[in-house]
Design a protein around this ligand. Structure first.
Ligand code: OXK
Ligand code: ADP
Ligand code: MG
Length: 599
């Protein structure tokens, strides 16, 4: 069917007869009773294209022009999770993408809704999570002439530099192609965020149902394997073999890849100590004897050959240089990554291994036979000693029970609850709350930790928690700084509305970093402090969930255990010593005032 034959809904001289459950509608001319070809429209084509590609959930916020799309998608069997703010719907879509290897879909209204979703889309792209932001948009003709349409904005142009790819569909017959291109762009190569612009007019365009059906595309093999070259594999193995102090760093790309068994086999067969980046925790259980997490600074400074598996040498790894890596750094790097341009981004990569992690790891495994020599005993022993010492120190701190709960005594409880419920997904954001949780709470299974990611962004909490609950069906434990929680706190209503098994623990120390700052001039309170003794638990009670105050580790343990066992939406207001905490937690050095002091 040609473009000229596509008619808009309002022009169609037709009487609509709904045919049972069918997504398609049949139109008859009023003047003659001869049935015409079955018709479909933009709404149905979008829904059918998503369903054809196994999209079963949409994270959305209804409004003009997509309200009916949310209703129709729900009626067609797509789970519609409707949020209170688009940024959280977007974050949910991003986390769903990371957890499932299917692009998470976020659906928003035009201009402001689109912009609210855009932060999440850009964050997803930064983190290499596949998601698609679909936004309705205003009349193209009016937008392009800047004549002041309702929510006028050139969304496509704005999205383009902020995500991996961006597309607009103007004709119903192109919906299939648009969605196929969006899916392929989000999933293939380095995963990322894609923007899909759907102008309001598109939804009511009609076309023949048969032609519509034929126009849809089922995307075959959206993330094709990328097999590494044999010489690149050999180069990496040779470097690894010659190493005296080798180290493997696992990043969230390794967690995303779902090559769990092979990654574990590579670590165990090679005998090389490994360090998990925060979202790679649990890829092997944190209690694994080869984990060097408890002596991170030592291994980074001392390793002579480091193999990065789905981890970038960005700020989180001090760009591969400087005093973190020993001065002068003589570390040699092997880097496994799907993106060839990631190589040499910060320091020279001696052995680039470009391909998908599953294929690269399996190729390396092929080269590790029975003659493989494990790393020198001195290296393993040096790590073991330091690790034991640090872990003993940590155990002693965790055993303390100060009169007012602090990060350690509260997290000791969380640590035990997660140990007893390894299937639970931990969502974590804040500054001190983030840093302490990362090192204290062990993870036991892959992809069970979702956090602030590459940008160290606040506000992911409730969106990630909702997606984790929806996609896994397992309990979710969100460990939230009181400041961090504030960014997405209104979504407790969403959590209650869908009755999701989410237990939020707000680490309430009355402020950002701590609650003791004062304004030297009097008057307004200091910029970093909040209302003292705020009753966060009442926010959950307001919507029918369980709200509890925990002043002691025993109260916290009881509340968390009940929440996980019952699966009821729960918010625990954990009262933490307001003097506990340091500015920016473990990244104080990034504060300009610290940098100035160092000079
Ligand atoms: C770790 N450690 C342990 C254990 N695990 N000791 C004993 N037992 C166990 N199980 C030790 C580890 O060896 C380190 O000590 C220390 O604890 C901390 O570990 P870790 O892994 O957390 O390491 P570190 O140095 O904090 O990691 C650097 C980092 C990390 C940059 C990767 O800090 C990070 O991911 N930061 C993200 C920060 C962020 O995004 N913040 C949100 C924004 S805050 P040593 O002695 O070996 O070093 C914000 O917005 O503004 O402030 C703002
Ligand atoms: P972390 O923050 O945990 O160190 P990063 O987000 O920095 O992790 O790095 C993840 C890396 O993983 C990115 O460079 C990305 O290109 C890569 N990656 C993601 N998925 C795959 C995959 N399936 N195969 C190979 N590399 C991947
Ligand atoms: Mg706080």
């Amino acid at each position: 069917m040609g473009r000229s034959q596509v008619s808009t809904g309002q022009n169609c001289m037709a009487l609509l007869i709904h045919l049972g459950q069918s997504q398609t509608k049949r139109y008859f001319h009023m003047t003659n009773e001869t049935p015409e070809q079955e018709q479909t429209d933009g709404f149905n084509l979008v829904i059918d294209a998503l369903k054809l590609n196994d999209i079963d959930t949409i994270y959305a916020l209804p409004g003009i022009p997509i309200t009916d799309l949310t209703r129709k998608a729900q009626a067609a069997g797509i789970r519609m999770i409707s949020f209170r703010h688009e940024q959280h719907a977007g974050n949910a879509a991003a986390a769903a993408g990371f957890l499932t290897q299917k692009p998470g879909i976020c659906l928003t209204v035009s201009a402001p809704g689109f912009l609210n979703g855009l932060t999440a889309l850009t964050n997803a792209t930064t983190n290499c999570f596949p998601m698609i932001l679909i936004s309705g948009s205003s009349e193209r003709e009016i937008v392009d002439l800047q004549q002041g349409d309702y929510e006028e904005m050139d969304q496509l142009a704005i999205a383009k530099p902020l995500c991996k790819a961006a597309f607009r569909v103007l004709h119903a017959e192109d919906i299939g192609v648009g969605i196929a291109r969006a899916i392929r762009s989000a999933l293939s190569g380095r995963p990322g965020g894609v923007y899909l612009d759907l102008p309001a007019k598109l939804f009511s365009q009609t076309m023949e149902a048969e032609a519509g059906k034929r126009s849809l595309i089922k995307v075959i093999d959206p993330a094709p394997r990328q097999i590494p070259a044999a010489d690149a594999v050999k180069r990496a193995l040779d470097l690894l073999k010659g190493a005296k102090r080798p180290l493997i760093v696992l990043g969230k790309g390794a967690a995303y890849a779902q090559a769990d068994a092979d990654i574990r086999a590579l670590v165990e067969k090679s005998g090389i100590p490994y360090l998990p980046m925060s979202m790679a925790k649990g890829l092997l259980p944190d209690t694994h004897e080869q984990s060097a997490a408890a002596t991170r600074s030592y291994v980074l400074a001392e390793a002579d050959v480091v193999m990065l598996v789905g981890a970038r040498l960005n700020w989180l790894l001090s760009h591969g240089k400087g005093k973190t890596w020993g001065t002068p750094s003589s570390t040699k790097f092997i880097q496994i990554d799907i993106s060839p341009t990631e190589m040499d981004s910060n320091v020279p990569i001696s052995a680039p291994l470009v391909g998908d992690i599953g294929s690269c790891v399996s190729a390396l495994l092929g080269g590790i036979g029975s003659d493989w020599a494990k790393p020198p005993a001195e290296w393993l022993q040096a790590i073991g000693e330091r690790k034991d010492k640090n872990m003993a120190k940590m155990a002693a701190t965790l055993a303390l029970n100060p009169a007012i709960m602090n990060f350690h005594s509260a997290l000791n409880v969380v640590r035990n609850v997660v140990k007893a419920n390894p299937e639970a997904v931990v969502v974590n954001e804040g500054a001190n709350t983030l840093d302490f949780t990362r090192s204290i709470v062990d993870m036991y299974l892959p992809r069970k930790r979702l956090d602030v990611g590459t940008w160290g962004i606040m506000g992911i909490g409730m969106g990630f928690a909702v997606a984790a609950a929806v996609t896994t069906g397992k309990p979710v434990i969100a460990i939230e700084g009181d400041s961090a929680f504030g960014f997405s706190g209104m979504e407790v209503e969403t959590i209650c509305r869908y009755n999701l098994p989410i237990c939020i623990v707000v680490f309430n120390n009355n402020g950002i970093y701590k609650g003791t700052d004062v304004n030297p001039l009097g008057g307004d309170v200091a910029p970093t402090v909040f209302v003292k003794n705020a009753r966060y638990e009442m926010m959950m009670q307001a919507f029918g969930g369980v709200g509890v105050v925990a002043n002691t580790p025993a109260e916290l343990a009881k509340a968390m255990e009940e929440a996980v066992a019952s699966g009821r939406p729960t918010l625990i207001n954990a009262i933490i010593d307001e003097t506990a905490g340091t500015e920016s937690g473990r990244i104080t050095s990034l504060n300009p005032q610290s940098a100035a002091k160092k000079k």
